[in-house]
Design a protein. Sequence first.
Length: 382
Amino acid sequence: MELSGPIRILLVEDSRDHAVFFKAALGKAFKPAHHVRVVDSLSSSFEELSVTPYDLIVLDLGLPESQGLETVETFFRVLGPSNPVIVLTANTDEEIGEQSLRRGAIDFLTKGEFGADQLARAVRYGLERWRQRLELEEAQRNLKSFAHVAAHDLKSPVKSIGMYASLLMQKAKARDAEAEELEFIGYIESFTDQAERLVDSLLNFSVLGDKSVTLAAVDLAALAQQAVSNLSALVEEKGASIEIEALPQAQADEGLLIHVLQNLVANAIKYHGDAPPSIRISSAEAKGEIVIAVADNGRGIDARYFERIFEPFKRLVGPTQPEGVGLGLAICQRVVAAHGGKIWVESELGLGSTFKFSLPMAKEDTESSCELQEASSPSLHP
Ligand code: ADP
């Protein structure tokens, strides 16, 4: 964010005395040219921001229409996360300031405890932090669109290599080629398969970042059934048994949720142990949420990796066994986060894993949509 002209600060403060102190203190210690406009309620801040952009909002938490955290929550609910906000709290309890940070504020100041210098520093750092955040978001957007273009352009040549490799294989078999030649062509086929899967997963991953989620009441049991039947070849090949318990309705995006269930069931089969895969899909309800569980009797996961496996490109196995590129769970996490839910794993090495994710319960006659949120920043480290 390049700042041109005086820095515009909107102070949302209903006490005239505090507003006068704020302006005087800022004028004393904050040297860059700036302009402070004061409004005395949340509703007038919304009106002001709808017509004039500001570089920084300083929001008093005690206003006529709301108090404490409710003020920050209402502010971000109405305007989204697109403004840098420093909150002013009268409460000497640091807790409320810290909770404001968790809800999206970039800093907090406790009234009566800061002087001109601290105020000037908070404003300077706040503006700098916001500039860095915008730069990071821009870099992530560029990375995502680069991944999308690269994956999209690679798809067609990779597919062609695969096609020609299988033609070569047919010809080599027809003329009784040497075993070594067949083996080499087999390698080309299998590596091309792997490249195709990587390209498809990358495409999915980058496209999901721009997709909005359409929420409607969905029948989880039917979705789970569909996900399992999409995997029928894998189920048959590995001799897996899958039990789907009675599942309720949930508030979700049908297409995206099938993707999540399919990914979890496919992993439960792929990462099997010595016994044939046995998988159970069940649910429990708690505090207005549904928690769906996909439990397997597979190889299990070391507790050290419970969080890292949800990061992009993180795998706990070598590149060839079993097939995968390490994006499946990262995609699941993005989708679940976009529904306002969480995904996690409980597991014991050698005994099996249970992947669980929460979703809002179905509301009657509702359809709404929201933007898919970033669940975590992509990481490209192995
Ligand atoms: P991929 O399967 O392509 O490697 P995922 O993101 O789906 O990518 O999974 C990441 C890693 O988590 C896997 O490589 C595997 O090591 C581990 N994992 C996922 N699901 C299971 C499971 N049900 N049992 C054991 N390990 C699992």
